[in-house]
Design a protein around this ligand. Structure first.
Ligand code: NAD
Ligand code: AKB
Length: 318
């Protein structure tokens, strides 16, 4: 347990990242100091205070901040890349207006710190795809990517103009076993484990040679905690740090799964998500995160696959 007192609000706590981050922050600060919020409650939050909240409702958000004496907000609610392309106007509204609501609360000095995740979706088809550096061409081609790119610029602006302590990571595709995937392009690499265990086969919506940057959820949660607990003077980038884990193709993850489930088979039927994946980097360089606050990933592909299969199997047996 940490000794400095933070009262934390997690917005979008019921999602893939939120469930795991709520659990980790509860271990650190005590469950009563971590308020989970989402559009609706789920049984993941038996020990945490829970508030039903639409992140677009600034007044309701402010009431929750006052009621619980919130000092830090982890703002995770967003529409991801694939669902964003199906609902472009609402994706833009949700992703931008909810971010402004949180940034404004900090500007008005109601909260002390914000975590807001960015994504590899800030990059686009004109970005160098291999070893993509922190600073490079950025012309995102999805509404989601445009919202993350704009969000990064706004975070930087609020830091520079109003000294808002906002911190951000450009997550790659995240792979975890504790909750279901939520509308992303990289989510095939989560679905594949569920289908491999349930049916022994998977129809992939990306082509076999599509390589994307990915990361085990445990590494992503650790990175989030580390950046949020680094001294402020170490945080040199306020838009969003590149964060690298592992890169693999659909074919490579399938081959690794086959080592554990020899009868596993995969077919490929690329859909509209292929174009999104093709516009993103294949691998990421993150020397700034390593130098500024000591980032280092733990999981490689064999370790990730073994961990996912073991944990999902025992979860299914419960
Ligand atoms: P998710 O879709 O699994 O979860 C999002 C949560 O937000 C859901 O529980 C949803 O109910 C909630 N939500 C949606 N609209 C809301 C609203 N109006 N008010 C309150 N809550 C609302 O997403 P995730 O994978 O957990 O991602 C969380 C954040 O991390 C997002 O900002 C996403 O862009 C970013 N991110 C995720 C990944 C990834 O691979 N999962 C990668 C890069 C960035
Ligand atoms: C998505 O695929 O939309 C997300 C992301 C990489 O931001 N997982």
């Amino acid at each position: 347990m940490v000794t400095d007192i933070q009262k934390i609000l997690i917005i979008g706590a019921g999602g893939q990242i939120g469930v795991e981050l709520t659990a980790k922050l509860s271990e650190m600060y005590g469950s009563s100091n971590v308020v989970a919020s989402d559009l609706k409650n789920s049984n993941a939050f038996a020990n945490n205070p829970f508030e039903t909240l639409d992140a677009l409702d600034k007044k309701a958000l402010f009431e929750i901040v006052k009621k619980h004496g919130i000092t830090h907000i982890y703002h995770l609610a967003a529409m991801l890349s694939a669902t964003g392309e199906q609902n472009p106007m609402f994706a833009w509204k949700l992703n931008m207006e909810s971010l402004f609501n949180v940034l404004e609360l900090a500007r008005e000095k109601h909260i002390a710190g914000i975590y807001w995740p960015s994504s590899i979706a800030v990059f686009g088809p004109t970005t160098p795809q291999v070893g993509t550096p922190q600073y490079t061409v950025m012309e995102p081609s999805t509404v989601y990517g445009i919202s993350k790119q704009a969000g990064e610029r706004w975070c930087e602006w609020y830091f520079k103009k109003h000294n808002v302590d906002v911190r951000s990571l450009r997550y790659p595709g995240l792979i975890g076993w504790k909750s279901a995937p939520g509308g992303g392009t990289t989510d095939y690499a989560v679905h594949i484990f569920h289908e491999a265990l349930k049916n022994g086969t998977y129809e992939c919506f990306l082509s076999e040679n599509t390589i994307l940057p990915m990361m085990h959820m445990e590494d992503a949660i650790r990175a989030t905690i580390e950046i949020m607990h680094a001294p402020a003077e170490n945080i040199k980038i306020r838009g969003g740090y590149n964060l690298s884990g592992i890169s693999f193709s659909a074919k490579e993850i399938a081959a690794e799964i086959k080592k554990h489930i020899p009868d596993f088979s995969i077919t490929y039927k690329p859909d509209f998500r292929q174009a999104i994946a093709d516009s993103w980097p294949k691998s990421i360089l993150d020397k700034e995160a390593r130098a500024d606050w000591g980032w280092k990933e733990k999981y490689d592909l064999p370790g990730l696959v073994e961990n996912m299969l073991t944990n999902l199997k025992s979860k299914n047996e419960q």
